[in-house]
Design a protein around this ligand. Structure first.
Ligand SMILES: *Cc1c(COP(=O)(O)O)cnc(C)c1O
Length: 377
């Protein structure tokens, strides 16, 4: 028998979550983030489901279908390789390279495939000015409004804007983008500060603008603007700290499951797993699940992290190993070998598992490995 570890990808949930983006930001266009293999969900299948919403809903062949009103307006990726993969799969929707290009040679591919680019650094501006393109490219000018990762400082924006507007390789009008550092914390003063900065530096410029990630879409309506850029909420996880998607009417797209491959009965005082880090407090049944960090389950998940066995919560015990983890079956004595185990997804929010492993849902979703079988539902 093949290994039971499986990631079910629910494209209905994905489209439901896209509709939630539309509900939250009805005036905005949507650039759906499919970078990092669509947060681990499979980039091409996710992109198809997002831009061909009508196709999936109506059953019409893709090439015969018109764009559905609810479909995403554009896709966002981190590198040209990801972007080319989407074009090779037949996706014709606008694709934005969120970090632009890294070398002059990429500009030819960008032109050939008609990708949109973010320009965030003087070196990119210089390359663009030095490279005449037969077909000009659509450009987003990235403003650093306070996150201090990528983007032009406030005082540079007006000059960069003018140079881009004058550049023959740029298809006007140039658009404006910034990124928020703390939108997931609704009490943080950083978001209003960044918004004020962005508004001030762009006040004199009449352009399409984009600010909002998932947290801002749900929590900061004043940031919605012309374009929103949802990522994590499309995949059905909450962007907020100490929150789960259920309270936001988002549905998990990935459900990671496996099975019990052994059930053993141990005595009070017996130690479980590597480093004997967990000791049975009484005589008890212990289940072994075919799931470990080799599948992308976090090794740092602590004892007590919830796992579902036949839909019922049981605690993880001991160290997570490469191929297996152990669970306390005291509350589920009737469980048998082969029982379905859910690690996260439907019935168990990935945010909760992430907190137990001192990380965020994004990392768990991105980290599911090759050997897990992906099944689309
Ligand atoms: C990844 C990304 C997003 C989406 O962020 P979420 O928190 O997943 O919604 C938005 N904008 C940019 C520039 C990004 O890189």
């Amino acid at each position: 028998m093949t290994r039971a570890a499986q990631a079910q990808i629910n494209l209905h949930a994905l489209r439901h979550n896209l509709q939630r983006v539309r509900d939250a930001a009805p005036q905005s266009r949507v650039m759906a983030m499919v970078k990092a293999n669509a947060y681990g969900h499979g980039m091409v299948r996710v992109a198809r489901a997002l831009v061909d919403v009508g196709v999936a809903a109506s059953g019409i062949l893709p090439h015969a279908a018109l764009a559905h009103p609810c479909a995403a307006d554009a896709l966002g990726v981190a590198s040209i390789d990801e972007a080319i993969m989407l074009r090779d799969a037949g996706i014709t929707a606008p694709i934005t390279l969120l970090e632009g290009f890294f070398a002059p040679a990429e500009l030819m591919l960008i032109q050939q495939h008609d990708f949109d680019v973010v320009i965030h650094h003087p070196a990119q501006l210089a390359i663009l000015e030095a490279t005449p393109l037969a077909t000009p490219v659509t450009v987003w000018l990235k403003v650093d409004s306070g996150m201090h990762r990528l983007g032009f400082a406030a005082e540079q924006v007006s000059q960069v804007w003018q140079r881009l507007a004058a550049c023959r390789s740029v298809r006007g009008p140039v658009r404006l983008m910034t990124h928020l550092a703390s939108a997931d914390d609704l009490a943080s003063p950083q978001t209003p500060q960044q918004l004020a900065c962005f508004n001030a530096v762009t006040a004199e410029i009449n352009a399409e603008r984009s600010i909002a990630n998932s947290a801002a879409i749900l929590g900061w309506p004043q940031t919605h603007d012309g374009w929103v850029r949802p990522g994590i909420m499309l995949y059905g996880a909450s962007p907020f700290i100490n929150d789960t998607a259920i309270t936001r009417d988002l549905k998990p797209v990935m459900t990671l499951t496996s099975a019990l491959i052994a059930i053993n009965h141990y005595k009070k005082g017996d130690a479980i797993g590597y480093a004997a880090s967990w000791v049975c407090p009484h005589d008890m049944p212990v289940g072994v699940v075919a799931m470990g960090y080799g599948d992308g389950y976090p090794r740092h998940a602590v004892s007590g992290t919830p796992v579902l066995v036949n839909g019922k919560r049981v605690p993880l015990i001991g160290r997570v190993s490469m191929d297996m983890l152990s669970v306390d079956l005291s509350s589920q004595p009737q469980a048998h070998i082969g029982a379905v185990v859910t690690l996260w997804g439907e019935g168990l929010p990935v945010e909760e598992v992430a907190r137990c492993a001192s990380t965020i849902s994004y990392q768990l979703l991105c980290g599911v490995t090759q050997r897990v079988r992906f099944v689309v539902v």
